[in-house]
Design a protein around this ligand. Sequence first.
Ligand SMILES: NC(=O)C1=CN([C@@H]2O[C@H](COP(=O)(O)OP(=O)(O)OC[C@H]3O[C@@H](n4cnc5c(N)ncnc54)[C@H](OP(=O)(O)O)[C@@H]3O)[C@@H](O)[C@H]2O)[C@H](O)CC1
Ligand SMILES: [K+]
Length: 493
Amino acid sequence: MKLPDAQQLKAWDAYTIQQEPVSSTDLMERAAMACTGWLLTHFNNREFMIFCGKGNNGGDGLAIARLLLQHGCAVKIFLPQTANPVSADHAVNLLRLREAGGNAVEISTREELPHITQGIIVIDALYGSGMNRPLEGIVADIVNHLNNSEAVVVSIDLPSGMLVHESSVGRLMVKAAYTLSFQVYKLCFMAAANAAFFGRLVVLDIGLHPLFLHQLDTVYSMTTKEKTVSLLKDRDAFSHKGTHGHALLIAGNKGKAGAAILAARACLRTGAGLLTVDAAETIIDILQTAVPEAMTKDRREKAFSNRFSAIGAGPGMGTGKEETDLLTGLLNDTDQPLILDADALTILSVHKQLLEQLPPGTILTPHPKEFDRVFGACSHEFDRWNRAVALSVRYPFVIVLKGHHTLIAWQGKGMFNNTGNAGMAKGGSGDVLTGMLTALLAQGYTAHDAAILGVWLHGLAGDLALMQQQSLESLLPSDLIDSIGAAFNSLRG
Ligand SMILES: NC(=O)C1=CN([C@@H]2O[C@H](COP(=O)(O)OP(=O)(O)OC[C@H]3O[C@@H](n4cnc5c(N)ncnc54)[C@H](OP(=O)(O)O)[C@@H]3O)[C@@H](O)[C@H]2O)[C@H](O)CC1
Ligand SMILES: [K+]
């Protein structure tokens, strides 16, 4: 699913109006009906207070107010008096509201702010995708008033004050319990810093023309199940262990055997035909006991043959001289794509010249701090995403920037993942991902496909483990591994 910016959303609106064809007022009515349907389902028999700006977001609010009144709800409507002009559809809907017996109260001073009683549902229809400057004056007063109240706030399309495609850090914006976003997700909903403001996200279909989105070129998109399923290869019935690749994991050191075990088990559960783990001598016995299906290689044996189909390095590997030399030597000797995670990224952050040597199709899996260590400090998430996307043009590698919505940057495009949960925010989850990605590369998936599929399956395994027997607190990285099979089955479903 593509994530359009504010101009593209406006163009989509115009395209729908022209191509369907539908009048802009009827399109607004459709949006308002979708919102009203949701509100009546979730907040039946409640009182509503609706704050409407002068643009089309406010127009939506006025249309919702009329529809709620027609359903017999108690609705109070407020119109902050601002300098910007009233949009045509706002004007039409104000008239329709008055004709339907609704009364909209104008407010221009703080003293006129209404008291918000407990239990009232507040609808924020102040600004949507047309918001282009910081909130001030009476609108700022309203937003502070709402944020200081106990009210359940439902924002229409966007929490007022939030920018669609840029960081809103430090800006005044509505703190919504729910946001009813029209038609698609927006880039701002991928940002952790915005999560406390958009609350629970609901995407409502308002019937914008699908062809527009199909033809649209966007930098950012979100992975869908359909996309992921299309990447999944069938496993040949006549295949043998050699058909599915021989993966090498360079993982594990003294006190960090667990990371290697998690990565190794995840790699095997994701379908690699054979697995060798290169580990510190001190943990070889532990590894062999914990993962009998894997072969091991003592790290002191320097020689690497080219018999591996994919190499994943980093989990619990260590960052000493031996590991630095090993990674440097590996990059000198191999032109095979690698997966670099954790300690391998730390080595990369110290020896940045190695970046130039990474074979095409290499996958880097940093979390935000690791990303900043390797590529320089970023001021906020949007900055980091844009940088990852720009780097994926300059370098032939895939960046898997881990987070609630992990970003996969490749060849100038950024794709956000949409599976996974907060129970996975634990040490070891990343090791599992590295093992899974290594297995997929070993089986011949391209780096980009492996990243999309692996990240999706990893999150889905977490979601399934949560559904089956775990809670957000109790979920462990080992549970993810136990659910990889169910994740594959659910995807093939
Ligand atoms: N495309 C769709 O999917 C549909 C969207 N709908 C709804 O329409 C809004 C977008 O409406 P728009 O009128 O473009 O924008 P807003 O309502 O968000 O803002 C209106 C104008 O307000 C001015 N503005 C912007 N920021 C501020 C501010 N901080 N303070 C004061 N005024 C501000 C600005 O005008 P200027 O001329 O003053 O620059 C805005 O244009 C979308 O979010 C949906 O809710 C349709 O109803 C259905 C289809
Ligand atoms: K809004």
